[in-house]
Design a protein around this ligand. Structure first.
Ligand SMILES: Cc1cc2nc3c(=O)[nH]c(=O)nc-3n(C[C@H](O)[C@H](O)[C@H](O)COP(=O)(O)OP(=O)(O)OC[C@H]3O[C@@H](n4cnc5c(N)ncnc54)[C@H](O)[C@@H]3O)c2cc1C
Length: 311
């Protein structure tokens, strides 16, 4: 594998950081550093970065890091942070185009402002469009891929391809290649087909959804949303609560007292290892007491170890 230290770049326009804390790029505000952290200026700049770091393998991707735990030992190789508040949003040919770095709530409001309906659920998902595509994020009956007309994908070669939903096997919080090939690229943009309807009602519904979230989720404390997928016909939160685990703590991590499927980092002092150990403990207790094996929804990346410099 290519060594990181002698690596220099040509013509990049984004921000490059070496051994930078990734805690600041995840909503849990925990975890280690990335060897080479890159915030691309735009999709062409990302393509140039991918081409120039080919020897390191594909970068680890973070959008808003709202579904990701970075272990304390950090991430080797390259990490690309794709959140881009200035990313493009547009309407053309009855489709809503959004670049991957745009925040999902911004897409929800943009769609409503353009007379589209059913994108409201995205307002409650504090990630990027790219993260919503990778996770098939959803809530309140809505799911990202139900509305995807096509996606643009950046391949390891640095080339862009456009794909359709038929190229993917999409399920509950899961997106894989339809032909069984390993996931091979970075979502850089998508075209969504939302029905036309009452945009004013859609904006009202966004406000209602957000009010419901504020009332039911521990949004004031660092967290990563639902830690576990809901098992068929049941709710992970109900099972965890039934085991008396609300408020249970491990190191600096705690099962939320407000929503049992959330783990919070109340003092911003949790190590990723605390969070990961608490996830494992909750899983074990729920399996022992109820017989249900909960599957994590959050993605865990990086290596075990101590948080590096830069925190
Ligand atoms: C308070 C709160 C509430 C939440 N509520 C919900 C909810 O209701 N429904 C729901 O589904 N989720 C929810 N989540 C989880 C999270 O917001 C979603 O999974 C979201 O889609 C993640 O987006 P992100 O940009 O933060 O992804 P990240 O956490 O940065 O990444 C998640 C995964 O996607 C990959 N990825 C990210 N961007 C790309 C890209 N451009 N191309 C390829 N892969 C990529 C990453 O490599 C990683 O594996 C919630 C989280 C929080 C904190």
């Amino acid at each position: 594998m290519m060594m990181l230290e002698p690596l220099t770049f040509e013509g990049l326009r984004g921000v490059q950081r070496r051994r930078a804390s990734l805690a600041r790029y995840t909503s849990w505000r925990a975890g280690g550093t990335g060897d080479l952290v890159y915030l691309p200026a735009d999709r062409d700049d990302l393509a140039s970065f991918v081409r120039q770091t080919r020897g390191l393998g594909m970068p680890t991707i973070l959008g808003l890091g709202s579904n990701t735990l970075v272990r304390d030992g950090g991430v080797r190789g390259a990490v690309a942070i794709l959140h881009n508040p200035g990313g493009a949003l547009a309407v053309a040919d009855s489709l809503v185009y959004a670049e991957a770095g745009v925040a999902a709530p911004k897409l929800a409001r943009f769609a409503a402002n353009h007379g589209c309906v059913e994108a409201e659920f995205l307002a409650g998902i504090p990630g990027t469009v790219g993260g919503a595509l990778a996770m098939n994020a959803g809530c309140y009956g809505g799911e990202t891929w139900r509305y995807v007309a096509r996606v643009e994908v950046l391949l390891p070669s640095g080339a862009f391809v456009v794909r359709t939903p038929a190229d993917y096997a999409v399920g509950y919080r899961s997106v894989a290649r339809a032909d069984g090939a390993p996931s091979d690229g970075i979502f850089t943009a998508a075209w969504f087909r939302f029905p036309l309807g009452d945009g004013v009602a859609a904006r009202r519904r966004i406000k209602e959804l957000l009010a419901h979230r504020i009332a039911t989720q521990p949004l004031g404390l660092p967290n990563a949303g639902s830690v576990f997928r809901n098992p068929p016909g049941d709710y992970a939160a109900r099972l965890i609560e039934s085991c008396g685990l609300k408020g249970h703590a491990r190191g600096g991590a705690q099962v939320s007292t407000r929503h049992a499927n959330f783990i919070v980092n109340p003092q911003r002092a949790a190590r990723a290892a605390d969070i990961e150990a608490l996830i494992a403990e909750v899983r074990d207790v729920v399996r022992t007491r109820t017989g249900v094996a909960l599957e994590p929804e959050v993605r865990i990346v990086g290596e075990h170890g101590s948080p590096g410099e830069g925190r």
